[in-house]
Design a protein around this ligand. Structure first.
Ligand code: GTP
Length: 851
């Protein structure tokens, strides 16, 4: 099969989306109402907070809205306004198209700069409401402003801006805390001025320290992460055995911040070894008594493939020894952040974002289960996730900071997250000491805004219109073969096969007696004859179909039905083996896939099992079923329905693809379709329509529209597509389109050049070159993809696929299939060699994967 360029587009779009979305989390959840205002639960909460119990100052959705705005995440030139229930505006973000955001608070109203605003005396002079404040409140306010200045200085030292999503959230929260003190005089601008001034003076008076406790299984990279944080080797790491044998306190100063880290021996996951864990944790408790940790880094690997609950006993021990409250200040830290994503259920690799989200989810859910707090399973209370890559040869940005595959520099982000949590606990201690702030509320959120690039690339994919099959009185139904084109194939070849002298295939024993040259000549002759025979069969098949078609037409005129006539002329169908099912990753002789080959069904109904290599329940690996049916409605309208249902112990998903087509004369066809797709945790319902015209003999043009309903969002799409056949071997397909959801729009185009052998489908050498462009939210993503499929020797086939995008990340995939015993033996050497290599150099090879 020819891999479409949309495949690459999808990958690139996901990447673009990830980068535009900002943050290393699963994205921001923002729901927008019709008039473009962001309406979130937070609006209610921000309000309730003012007069309410103060437990929830605001929730993650409001932050997400802010976050989205702060990352420039909203549509072109979009003005984002967060309204409170009473209709008054709380926050507004106005940003010209394609530029960065400017964030300003409307309540309290922006003021001219007042550099000394946070001093006690200036507070007393600056308005009526301040005079109403008690001394204690004024003092609190002052401290709060100092904390804010400190935080802004920290952001500056990390080389980040206060528009950074996490920073904007923290600042916003502090504004809310100040509002609860009834003072409108708490200005971010003043704090910014002060922070700027102090930093410009270059004074080393930043009174800020943070205590970090690092816990995780053995070998996950705790010590390596600590070294990366300090930027120097503070503790030893070991690739082959436990490196940290006792709890160690490591201190240092990073950019003027005193950081004290507790490195701990690796914990064990097995239920039998919890005694060891308890002894480690009790010494942690003892050692941290004097300096209680502000932040708890729970370290695991991003590339660990566990979907089960292996770590539950260990997580339970952590919870029981250190108390459930430890998770309030926990950051799930996933090392090996540059690992390549594994293959998804479809066989192609997952996008990096999906990979990170899935893995984060698994760890977060396990923590929730261990704590036994079901609320922790809700996205708004999950622990924030930070990605880490400690490998020395990890890709770096211009400033020399290590970056993740999504281009994010992870170290400043991890430090910002840690500082933010500490700062917020300081700030919320001021507002309500008896109610310790749960940081997870700030950082746990998920995405609900429609993934437009993904939707666009799937809309741009070229779709074949269903056709009536031969039995249904139509032509062959195979969109790849054009009856008209093939029927006028060279007449002189027609009889060539029959004119050949007789040929007797040799037996194995006879073959063995031949010399090398003789064998070569024999096989050449053999292959040539097979090709000619296949051509002859194909021609006969096509002739039969043509006859049936014309007979069918006559019959339709005479009797109104095409089918019986068509059936009468049909020869007995030839049994053709179906392509092999996806095989389970490990051999199991009980598995039917290894024992049987399926034949192409003669009926129009096809049901196949679906293999999920990452299934939750590994009993058989088959968690789903795929059903295809093609039918002719009222004997005139061909329709095709494909349903795939997968269900394992935890998840259920359904994918439906249905189309019906109608022909207008010889050259036109219109298709209507209804699809159901799972996008994230939501189901998308897609209604689409497309009309195709064959305007010239070698040119087909199509126009289509689609409407997708995803949660509360509606996404409309429009596309045009043109396909030109160039000579006998080349096909050029170009498509362009746009999708729009409220004020958010994505534009894209795909170009694809396909080349196949002149005698396709007999000759199977194919190659495709494609390019895709997507423009979304001011970013341009460009992707190039190529695919070649060819035969190596008589018995092996190779498919090579390569893709690269404008961020210079890409992938090369080589798949070979062989029935040659020697090549099979050789391929067994590759995994063995990789296994040995990984054993010897376990750190190497994190940035690539071999399929
Ligand atoms: N590629 C890659 N290798 C890493 C990463 N983090 C750690 N490693 C390697 O993993 C191995 C173990 O790392 P350590 O830091 O010793 O792990 P640990 O969790 O402290 O181990 P214990 O002290 O035994 O509990 C070392 O060889 C590190 O170089 C990472 O992010 N990427």
């Amino acid at each position: 099969m020819i891999f479409g360029s949309s495949e690459a587009a999808k990958q690139f779009m996901e990447e673009l989306e990830r980068e535009s979305g900002g943050g290393s989390y699963a994205g921001a959840e923002v729901s927008q109402d019709i008039d473009g205002q962001i309406v979130t639960d937070s609006d209610e909460e921000a309000d309730t907070d003012e007069e309410g119990d103060g437990k929830e100052l605001f929730d993650s959705a409001a932050l997400a809205a802010l976050l989205k705005a702060a990352t420039g995440g909203d549509s072109d030139g979009g003005n984002i306004t967060i309204t409170s229930q009473d209709g008054s505006r709380l926050f507004s973000v106005e940003r010209p198209a394609g530029l960065g955001s400017s964030l300003r608070s409307l309540r309290p109203a922006p003021r001219p700069s007042q550099p000394n605003l946070f001093t006690h005396s200036s507070l007393q002079n600056s308005g009526e409401s301040e005079n109403n404040l008690s001394e204690e409140e004024k003092k609190k306010l002052e401290t709060l402003q100092q904390i804010r200045v400190k935080f802004l200085r920290l952001i500056h030292r990390l080389g980040l801006s206060s528009d950074e999503p996490i920073a904007a959230q923290v600042l916003y929260r502090m504004t809310l805390i100040a509002r609860r003190q009834n003072s409108p005089l708490f200005s971010t601008e003043a704090a910014k001025m002060k922070a700027f001034q102090l930093e410009a003076e270059g004074k080393d008076d930043l009174d800020f320290s943070v205590n970090i406790l690092v816990i995780g299984k053995s070998g996950v990279g705790k010590s390596a992460t600590i070294n990366s944080i300090f930027g120097e080797e503070k503790t030893s790491i070991d690739a082959f055995g436990p490196a940290t044998t006792s709890v160690k306190e490591i201190s240092g100063v990073v950019d003027g911040v005193k950081i004290r880290v507790f490195d701990t021996p690796g914990l064990k996951s097995s239920a039998m070894e919890q005694g060891f864990n308890r002894s480690v944790l009790s010494s942690v408790k003892k050692l941290t008594k004097k300096n209680p940790p502000d932040i708890f880094l729970y370290v695991d690997r991003l590339d660990a493939q566990t979907r089960d609950l292996n770590d539950l006993p260990m997580l339970k021990t952590i919870t029981s020894c250190l108390g459930p409250s430890i998770w309030r200040s926990a950051i799930v830290t996933l090392t090996h952040g540059a690992s390549a994503p594994p293959d998804g259920p479809s066989g192609s690799p997952l996008s990096y974002e999906v990979f990170v989200t899935q893995r984060s989810h698994v760890v977060q859910q396990s923590i929730g289960q261990a704590v036994g707090d079901l609320r922790m399973m809700s996205p708004s209370l999950m622990n924030p996730v930070s990605l880490v890559e400690n490998h020395p040869s990890c890709r770096r940005n211009r400033d020399g900071h290590k970056i993740l595959p999504n281009g994010q520099s992870w170290r400043p982000q991890l430090l910002l997250l840690s500082y933010s949590m500490k700062i917020l606990s300081e700030a919320s201690a001021l507002s309500k000491p008896e109610d310790p702030f749960d940081h997870r509320k700030l950082f746990g959120f998920r995405t609900r805004s429609p993934p437009l690039p993904y939707m666009l690339s799937s809309m741009l994919q070229s779709r074949a219109h269903p056709k009536l099959s031969a039995e249904q009185g139509g032509d062959n139904g195979d969109s790849d073969i054009d009856l008209d084109d093939l029927s006028d194939s060279d007449q002189e070849e027609e009889d060539e096969y029959d004119q050949l002298p007789p040929f007797k295939p040799l037996r194995k024993a006879q073959l063995a007696k031949l010399s090398k040259e003789q064998r070569k000549a024999y096989f050449e002759e053999y292959d040539y004859r097979v090709k000619l025979l296949q051509k002859k069969q194909l021609r006969e098949e096509l002739k039969r179909m043509k006859e049936m078609k014309s007979k069918g037409k006559e019959a339709a005129i005479d009797y109104g039905y095409a089918e019986e006539e068509a059936d009468a002329g049909a020869a007995a169908p030839v049994a053709v083996p179906l392509p092999d099912m996806a095989l389970p990753p490990s051999f199991d002789s009980d598995n039917p896939a290894y024992r049987y080959r399926f034949l192409e069904p003669t009926s129009q109904f096809l049901a196949r099992p679906v293999l999920d290599t990452h299934g939750w329940d590994h009993d058989c690996g088959y968690d789903g079923v795929n059903v295809e049916q093609s039918l002719a409605i009222a004997s005139r309208f061909p329709a095709a329905v494909t349903v795939q249902i997968t269900k394992d112990k935890k998840d259920f998903s359904i994918n439906l693809d249905s189309s019906i087509a109608a022909k207008h004369g010889e050259n036109g066809s219109t298709m209507a379709g209804f699809d159901i797709q799972s996008i994230g945790k939501q189901l998308a319902y897609i209604v689409r329509g497309e009309t195709k015209f064959k305007n010239l003999k070698k040119n087909k043009t199509a126009c289509g529209i689609s409407v997708t309903f995803l949660g509360e969002n509606m996404v409309t799409g429009l596309k045009v597509e043109d396909q030109i056949i160039l000579g006998k071997q080349y096909v050029l397909v170009g498509s362009a389109g746009t999708v729009r959801s409220q004020s958010d729009t994505a534009y894209g185009a795909n170009f694809e050049l396909q080349r196949r052998e002149a005698d396709f489908p007999i000759g199977q050498v194919q190659s495709t070159l494609s390019m895709s462009v997507i423009k979304w939210r001011g970013d341009l993503a460009l992707g190039f993809n190529s695919m070649a499929q060819f035969a190596v020797g008589r018995n092996s086939k190779v498919a090579v696929r390569a893709g690269i995008n404008n961020k210079l990340s890409g992938q090369v995939t080589v798949r070979t299939s062989s029935s040659d015993h020697l090549s099979l033996a050789l391929t067994a050497i590759i995994p063995t060699a990789i296994g040995i290599y990984r054993k010897l150099w376990p750190d190497a090879g994190e940035n690539y994967s071999i399929y």
